[in-house]
Design a protein around this ligand. Structure first.
Ligand SMILES: Cc1ncc(COP(=O)(O)O)c(C=O)c1O
Length: 393
């Protein structure tokens, strides 16, 4: 059975072009980029080439890119870096209830150390209201952090508007753009962000590499102390091959983005309409328009998302119920709960995220396979039987 992968928001396969670009830096070009000899200098040159590619994709300057071990480190660096650098200025951070765990947990960590954190709620479509951001700003606010597009339900947030508010208030603004960089246009100047996190493995690059964009003049303390790599902002010998991989992945994303956005949007909408049309008691989670081109997240009432996943897996279809980080827990998604989704509905959520190798045939296969799975599970569901009896009485 040919397997169907529909969990591209969790991670993407590393493209063969990327692996090919990385290989020489695992074998022949093994020099330490901090070294003076030609081995080191060649590696150093390559890192700088990759930095240019990353900067170009997001409209940044080369010196504003710091390579990290991924999105989690970039988010940790942004939030703790600004918090520690701004101790004399203020102690208040504004964030939202739909952030990835790598922002949410840092906020909790900082909160336990005396920082004040305002966590803004979202509407039923998962959208942050820029006016709420404006109202939450105080003279102690040092940072606003709002996710660009949510990894679970795909809503694309009004970052431009929030960026304008942050700029007018003179508050540093960070966005977690791990789900958007390489997928939809991202320009740090249009978005008016001071800090932006990205990760290679979400855009067909290798795992364990990412970057933080730091606008010139933004004050933040380093997380890693040691050598002078990354202009003293992130100590440690650089992961040269992975950085090369990120550079190549970014280059390919740039070339293919506009066509891919159109293709995926078409397939996404076909899947959403097909599922909502063929299975009753379902609803779309997230915004129907302001949505990532590859994200389908639906709640199917009266059954557990995990049982759907297992049954889909038996049919060779790989999906998820939410973020990869929380998929081991049976807690309903904090994102869906924040949108006001009742817990029982949040438990029945299914995330299908499309990508480069998703075809129309695969979408049709999901549309054929999922309705009978739902019917089978509902036939065993006391919740479903209960509601049917209620209706009949
Ligand atoms: C929105 C978002 N932020 C951050 C991360 C963490 O990135 P990484 O896996 O590179 O640490 C992820 C990964 O799932 C994500 O989806």
């Amino acid at each position: 059975m040919k397997r169907i992968y529909l969990d591209y928001a969790a991670t993407t396969p590393t493209r063969s072009e990327v692996v090919k670009a990385m290989m020489p830096y695992i074998t022949d070009v093994f020099g330490n980029p901090s070294g003076i000899c030609s081995y080191g200098q060649e590696a150093k040159r390559t890192i700088e080439e990759a930095r240019i590619k990353v900067a170009d994709l997001i409209g940044a300057q080369n010196e504003e890119i710091v390579f990290t071990s991924g999105g989690t480190e970039a988010n940790n660096f942004a939030l703790t870096g600004v918090a520690y650098a701004s101790e004399s200025k203020g102690n208040h951070i504004i964030t939202t209830s739909i952030e990835h765990h790598s922002v949410m947990e840092v906020c909790k960590f900082l909160g336990r150390r005396g920082l004040e954190v305002t966590c803004l709620s979202v509407d039923k479509y998962g959208m942050v209201n820029p006016d709420d951001v404006k109202s939450a700003i105080t003279d102690k606010t040092i940072l606003i952090s709002v996710i660009h597009a949510n990894n679970e339900m795909g809503a694309v947030e009004p970052i431009v508007e929030i960026g304008q508010i942050a700029k007018e208030a003179g508050v540093c603004f960070h966005t977690d753009a791990v789900q958007t960089v390489g997928h939809i246009p991202v320009d740090v100047n249009e978005l008016k962000v001071d800090l932006l996190s990205m990760s290679a493995h979400k855009l067909y690059g290798p795992k364990g590499i990412g970057a933080l964009y730091i606008r010139k003049g933004t004050r933040l303390l380093a997380l890693m102390h040691g050598g002078k790599q990354e202009r003293g902002r992130r100590a440690g010998t650089e992961n040269v091959a992975a950085i090369v991989g990120l550079g190549r992945a970014v280059e390919l994303a740039r070339e293919e983005m506009s066509e891919e956005v159109q293709r995926l949007t078409y397939l996404r909408d076909k899947l959403i309409q097909g599922l909502l049309g063929r299975i009753d008691h379902t609803c779309l989670n997230g915004h129907s328009q302001k949505r990532m081109p590859n994200n389908v997240n639906i709640s199917i009432n009266f059954i557990e998302g995990e049982s759907m996943l297992l049954n889909l897996d038996l049919n060779g279809i790989c999906a998820s119920t939410g973020s990869a980080c929380s998929s081991a827990s049976l807690e309903p998604s904090h994102v869906l709960l924040a949108m006001g989704t009742p817990p029982e509905q949040a438990h029945g959520s299914l995330r299908l995220t499309l990508g480069k190798w998703t075809t129309q045939d695969e979408i049709e296969r999901v549309l054929d396979v999922l309705p009978p799975i739902v019917a089978k599970l509902r036939a065993m569901s006391p919740l479903f039987k209960g509601q049917k009896m209620q209706k009949e009485n």
